[in-house]
Structure formats: C-alpha cells, structure tokens
Design a protein around this ligand. Structure first.
Ligand SMILES: [Mg+2]
Length: 288
C-alpha cells in the first residue's frame, strides 16, 4: 500500500476517543535526571482535545509509579493528565484479578507495583513473607532488584496452582538514553522457562488493556485511536482490538521503520507531528 501524507491510504473509522502511549509519544524519560522531557506538540494536542471535549487516556506500560505519583509529575510539565486518566498495567491487573476472583497475590515488583491491587482489595505479599508461595496469582512488574529468591518463590507459587500475570513483556522501550531493557520481560522469561506457565498479559499489547481503555473512554474499542511509537506494543494492540492505530516517529520507530512493518504491526496512519491527529479527528470524527 502506498503511503499518503499521513502514512497509509487505509480507510479510517471515526475516532471518538484517544489512547496515548507515554514514553516516546508524549515524553521521553531521562533516567539520569530522574525526570521527563515533553515531546513537541504533546501539551497543545492534549489541551485541544480537552477543549473539544474529546476523551483521552494515557496508558503506559511502566509500573514503577502508581498514577497518583506519576500524574502530578506530568502535570508539572504542563501535560493536562489527571490521576484518573493515567492507566498502568497494574490498574488493568487489578481489574482482571478482581473479575477472576483473585484474593491473594505475590508481587514481584517495587512497592508501587502492587498498590492498585491492594486498593482493589487484593491481599498482596512479597518474597520472604510467610506463605508467599500460597497465592491465587503471581504478578510481575517493575522489579530492578529482582533476585533468585523472587524467581524461586514465583515458580513455587505457580507449581502450587497460582496463575501468572505479567505487566509488560516488552524487551526494551525508548528513553532519552536510547533503548532501555524491560526488566519484567527478563523476569518473566526466567519464570516461564522453569514453569512453562501460560501468562496473562495485562499491559500493552494485551487486548485486556485496550478493553479497559475503551471502558474508561466510554467508547467501543473500534472507535479508539491508539497513538504510540512501538509496532510490537501499541500497533499490535490496536490491530488485535480493531482500533485505529497512529504511529509517531518521536520514539523507537522512524517513518521508514513503520513502512517496513507487516500489516499486523502497521499503524493506519504515520504521524510525523502529533498535531496531525487533530486534523484526522476534525475531518473524520462525528464530534466535529
Ligand atoms: Mg512508547
């Protein structure tokens, strides 16, 4: 298919709400500074959507900080992101586990990872605590100090019948310093190599995540515009859920990189400047 000015000449369904990725799409995090750099157009586009009454949420695959900690930092940079519209895989996990009847979960992650689970009424335990391997679920999130005891406890819990939930299975993501390794991918690889347990992915590209996005936006999944920088993350999710995908070039994927993707990972449009999504919304959304 030939690329148009905005990417591909693929028909777009009307978009009634947007989901933005965070790293590489709205901001670049800078680990050395412990902060973020806002990407061009991000503040203006979110403010414009807000002004037009078009709903949006931000879904990051990061689980290090609960929304109540991370959203204020983003607001300090000028991004109009309330705590309620910042979603993480842990919020998806809490929603799923509640529906699956999980009462007690072993968390492989820093304390913030398990907070949304605890808020949902799930008892959370960590490695080293009493009966840590007697749980309904194991949940793997941001855990830079994960050790062999953690992996061993997770494996024992799974052998005892626990289901395996994983926040993010992405090998790397974009930061100001370039490619950064996804810790939960490495931990999950170790646990699954030993147990061969199937995993329930809660973060992107899981359709569980897109379902929660659609629920928060109060629009059907096929009316969601998914904006992100990673073909394996946002675009697979958009394609799986029948949503509209918009690929930005400010993160890990260049315009040429998008062009070389197979169909299942390709956005409906390449977005060279974030403001282009406003034209698409104006032109093709029913809420003009
Ligand atoms: Mg990203």
């Amino acid at each position: 298919m030939k690329p148009s000015r905005n990417g591909w000449n693929e028909p777009l369904a009307p978009v009634e709400g947007f989901m933005f990725d965070l790293d590489g799409t709205l901001v670049l995090s800078d680990r050395s500074l412990g902060g973020y750099r806002v990407l061009p157009g991000a503040i203006e586009v979110l403010r414009e959507l807000q002004g037009r009454g078009i709903p949006f949420v931000v879904l990051t695959n990061g689980t290090a900080y609960p929304a109540a900690e991370q959203a204020p930092k983003l607001r300090m940079l000028g991004l109009p992101i309330s705590d309620e519209i910042l979603l993480t895989p842990s919020i998806v996990a809490a929603d799923l586990m509640t529906r699956h009847g999980v009462k007690r979960a072993l968390v492989l992650g820093i304390p913030g990872v398990g907070q949304p689970l605890a808020q949902a009424g799930i008892e959370i335990v960590f490695t080293g605590q009493e009966r840590a391997d007697q749980v309904d679920a194991v949940y793997i999130g941001w855990h830079p100090d994960c050790g062999m005891k953690d992996i061993e406890t997770a494996c024992k819990a799974i052998w005892n019948g626990a289901d395996l939930y994983v926040a993010s299975d992405v090998p790397f993501f974009a930061t100001a310093g370039g490619k950064t390794m996804g810790y939960s991918h490495a931990i999950t690889a170790a646990v699954r190599k030993i147990t061969r347990a199937p995993m329930i992915l809660t973060g992107k590209p899981s359709v569980h995540a897109l379902k929660l996005v659609a629920k928060k936006l109060r629009v059907p999944m096929r009316r969601v515009g998914v904006i992100g920088d990673d073909p394996l993350v946002e675009m697979i999710m958009a394609r799986r859920g029948g949503a509209m995908g918009f690929g930005v070039t400010t993160g890990i994927t260049t315009a040429e990189g998008w062009a070389s993707q197979p169909r299942g990972r390709r956005p409906h449009r390449i977005v060279r400047e974030l403001g282009e999504i406003l034209d698409i919304t104006t032109a093709e959304s029913p809420r003009k």
